[in-house]
Write a protein that binds this ligand. Structure first.
Ligand SMILES: [Zn+2]
Ligand SMILES: [Zn+2]
Length: 237
């Protein structure tokens, strides 16, 4: 079900010219040739099982974890391609803080591969939104770039305007614990102008406790969409 529309010749010529001026370098090892090289990708740790089938936190057995049993997330399940460490951490930092948006095709391609293997029934892909301010200073929303790649490669429709971030939140990474993370994003999202129906796949770069994905899924379910699944490039264990 691939849906790879050929890019216009001009944009390919332009990209080729850019590659000559700024040859791609690996975000992790600095090798020339790709924005994330094959060696770094094959050396990265896959977020494989056994894990909680709902939040994808590592567990001794493939059973729902105590966190999900104590506070049931609104999403049905999350999957991630890699553990957030080494090269994958560098890639996330580079796309988020160093403006290397050219990483999106390789990162999104790996996510699309994971989605095909996983196969949840989804009708639309929705990126986790950034606040307007953060989006303006960064110039893009990295989750939206990843979502666009996944949508293009799998043929699932992209709905970038399903959710809106009503206010900027402090970075989740700086919150001291799970409760603080839930508090930090509580009420941070609302339904946007184009709300899809049916199964939704949320896309984000990294998941830690799942509080952000939970807050997004809550809004989507309340508006009548769902079930909600989520896919991230990396999972912080
Ligand atoms: Zn590399
Ligand atoms: Zn869990």
């Amino acid at each position: 079900m691939t849906n790879l529309a050929p890019r216009p010749l001009l944009s390919r010529v332009f990209e080729r010219a850019l590659d000559l001026v700024f040859p791609p370098r690996c975000a992790s090892c600095d090798a020339f040739g790709a924005f994330l090289c094959y060696r770094c990708i094959s050396g990265a740790i896959r977020a494989g099982s056994p894990r909680c089938p709902r939040c994808w936190m590592p567990e001794e057995r493939e059973v729902e974890c105590w966190r999900c049993r104590a506070r049931r997330p609104a999403f049905s399940s999350v999957r991630s391609v890699f553990v957030y460490d080494g090269a994958t951490r560098e890639a996330v930092h580079a796309i988020k803080f160093r403006g290397i948006s050219a990483l999106a095709p390789v990162m999104g391609g790996l996510m699309a591969e994971q989605l095909r293997w996983w196969g949840p029934a989804v009708d639309a892909i929705v990126p986790v939104p950034l606040s307007g301010h953060r989006r303006r200073t960064r110039g893009y929303n990295q989750s939206e770039l990843l979502a666009r790649e996944v949508a293009q490669l799998t043929g699932v429709s992209l709905e970038s305007r399903a959710l809106v971030r009503r206010r900027a939140t402090a970075p989740q990474a700086r919150q001291p614990g799970e409760q603080a993370r839930h508090r930090n994003v509580a009420g941070a999202f609302r339904a946007g102008p184009r709300l899809p129906t049916g199964g939704i796949l949320l896309i984000d770069d990294v998941v830690t406790t799942g509080a952000t994905l939970d807050a997004c899924a809550r809004v989507l379910l309340k508006e009548g969409a769902g079930p909600v699944f989520a896919l991230t490039f990396a999972r912080e264990d």
